[in-house]
Write a protein that binds this ligand. Sequence first.
Ligand code: ATP
Length: 209
Amino acid sequence: MAKAVGILGGTFDPIHNGHLRSALEILEEFDLDHVRLVLSARPPHRDQPFASEEQRLEMLYLAVKNHSKIVVDDRELKREGPSYSVDTLKSLRDELSDTTLYLILGSDAFNHLSSWYEWQQLLKLSHIVVMQRPGEPLAVREDMKVWYEEHLGSAKHRALSSGKIWPVKLTQLNISATFIRDDISKGVSPIFLMPDPVMRLIEEQSLYQ
Ligand code: ATP
């Protein structure tokens, strides 16, 4: 059977248990070999991150140290220019032949997908899994509606290697990096919202203060 790999991209500024728990549940639901946390170096759609690339990468490695099936992928740091997901998928396609790719997006990200560079190419290269995020209902934009309906996956599509959209409802963890940064800046500890080693690094380096 062909291998299957999940790709969860983000700024991870910082990584938290909302990312990790979601990656784990999708890994199990789609029977994936592993999930790659792809660090976005220069996200095209949002403000630039607070922590440096090196700090965010170090936090990712600390977060997944004890999970053999959740791994860190730093390929976007090695590319020049904006970090476009379509380029990441192309490079993974070249590297991982005979592997089904699942691009994993939160509902907030998916709701804006049609503003992404070459967004319609994404389903040519992979499936898309949409994670329902608390407080961010799936609201498919007008210019995505026909495309969305045409590509919605169902049980009979499970064997396809790309081209389908799979909305999933996971354990709802109302955690965001923005809330964590705000809390830290006010002196509120992020304990239990993220792995302890990540929290320790943030403390040691006085990040987000
Ligand atoms: P910020 O608050 O800075 O925007 P974030 O918490 O949304 O950060 P990102 O690094 O932007 O984190 O997220 C990477 C991906 O993980 C995105 O697709 C996002 O929708 C998803 N995601 C983030 N937090 C959660 C969560 N609690 N549950 C499910 N998905 C999440």
